[in-house]
Design a protein around this ligand. Structure first.
Ligand code: NAG
Ligand code: NAG
Ligand code: NAG
Ligand code: NAG
Ligand code: NAG
Ligand code: NAG
Ligand code: NAG
Ligand code: NAG
Ligand code: NAG
Length: 333
């Protein structure tokens, strides 16, 4: 158990955001990790630990793709990329079936008709108490894609996600566009995020989601060698893009959610299900998640975490953690 001050314990059980979000210190020691929210750099690459990890990767199985660059606006520059999409680059045309040998397709849907795969990216967030309480009251599990830097800064919040029975996947160390990274950087983003999760939570997730969906066969091949399968999505709520941080109004985000509810009602998902992207990013996104949950539940047959929708009953390397299969999950809900 982490030693934390009583004051902090008070903050943790608070549902007042300003109190929840008071920074705290834990006894976890992140020496040897990348800087919080920073891209791993050469100091780290020269460490004995990284060299050892690097030596376990068979780089001959990783396609030789030159990293992309960011444009001045902060998006990926796609200039000059071949329209034949040789690298199965999701950011280019949403490709999810790899072209390189030996790579599994990304998961993009829950196969079961009427199933809505519930996923929240970017946690753990300091202000998630109300949201996690809500999921718990509804006996609802979700797949949570945790950012390593957030896990390091908020270990107690991360532990709650696992303790509540959610399915935890990796969302990299510092949320970069992965295809813009060198091989060393990409490996470190995945490796240290998962190491932080193992250190704080005791589990080794076998799944990850690329920030911004930005993945290609080079990055998939690195993740594959770390035994991490790639999970994308099929519907994007754009909840992260609400003003003031984003460009959409609250009403626009509602319109998107309403469209997805309509799809559940009008038969769009009669033959297979969906995986939906939402965020544990801030009060806006978590409030939207809570507000729309009852309407989604009424419009879809099943709301399921990804492990269950794919029948993955051992989602971590630690075989003693088991999760319900699809049939078990729905018979319990
Ligand atoms: C590189 O990362 C290390 C931690 O791995 C950090 O201490 C150092 O400040 C970073 N250097 C630069 C130039 O960012
Ligand atoms: C990782 O291994 C590759 C292939 O052996 C090598 O080219 C690269 O320089 C190594 N990276 C580091 C930081 O040692
Ligand atoms: C991947 O899984 C295999 C089989 O369980 C195991 O031997 C190997 O050590 C794992 N690799 C990593 C990097 O976790
Ligand atoms: C279902 O609703 C969605 C969103 O409003 C719409 O795009 C789609 O065309 C509708 N499908 C059918 C079969 O009505
Ligand atoms: C979807 O399934 C429902 C319930 O079985 C049915 O009423 C509806 O007609 C179906 N819609 C489509 C577009 O297949
Ligand atoms: C967590 O949520 C709070 C409150 O909504 C927000 O101010 C903060 O930026 C979020 N933290 C992170 C790391 O996203
Ligand atoms: C969080 O969002 C909800 C819903 O929009 C709002 O009612 C509440 O005031 C917000 N809380 C804070 C502290 O901003
Ligand atoms: C999950 O298992 C059930 C029962 O065996 C099966 O009907 C269903 O097709 C499986 N789903 C997936 C995605 O494997
Ligand atoms: C699984 O085993 C590990 C290591 O022995 C232990 O720390 C953990 O509590 C166990 N977890 C469960 C869910 O049994």
């Amino acid at each position: 158990m982490v030693s934390i001050s009583l004051f902090i314990l008070g903050a943790l059980i608070s549902t007042v955001i300003s109190q929840e979000c008071v920074p705290y210190t834990s006894s976890y020691d992140f020496t040897g990790y990348p800087e919080i929210w920073e891209k791993p750099n050469s100091t780290l690459f020269n460490s004995a630990e990284f060299k050892q990890i690097n030596s376990t990767i068979d780089w001959s199985k990783v396609p030789k793709v030159t990293p992309h660059t960011l444009s001045s606006s902060g998006d990926i520059d796609q200039t000059g990329y071949s329209s034949s999409d040789p690298d199965c680059w999701w950011s280019y045309n949403l490709c999810t079936t790899p072209k390189a040998h030996g790579l599994q397709p990304d998961a993009t849907i829950c196969p079961e008709p009427g199933a809505w795969g519930l996923t929240y990216d970017d946690g753990p967030n300091c202000s998630h108490t109300v949201f996690y309480d809500f999921l718990k009251e509804n006996n609802q599990k979700a797949t949570l894609f945790y950012i390593g830097s957030n896990v390091a800064q908020l270990p107690n919040e991360a532990q709650r996600g696992l303790a509540d029975g959610h399915h935890i996947c990796v969302h990299t160390w510092s949320h970069q566009y992965m295809t813009t990274l060198t091989n060393d950087e990409a490996l470190a983003e995945l490796y240290y995020a998962r190491k932080a999760i193992k250190y704080v939570m005791g589990i080794t997730p076998l799944c990850w989601r690329p920030p911004f969906g930005d993945v290609d066969d080079r990055i998939r091949a690195i993740a594959t060698q770390l035994n991490m399968s790639t999970i994308i999505w099929d519907l994007d709520t754009n909840d992260w893009n609400e003003a003031p941080d984003g460009t959409e109004t609250s009403a626009q985000v509602d319109t998107t959610f309403q469209g997805f509810v309509n799809m559940g009602l009008n038969g769009t998902y009669n033959n297979s299900g969906t995986i939906v992207l939402e965020h544990e990013l801030d009060n806006n996104t978590m409030s939207k998640a809570i507000e729309w949950y009852p309407k989604i539940k009424a419009a879809y047959k099943y709301l399921v975490p990804i492990a269950s929708c794919l029948n993955i009953t051992q989602p971590y390397a630690e075989a003693n953690f088991t999760y319900p299969s699809f049939a078990e999950y729905i018979s319990n809900g």
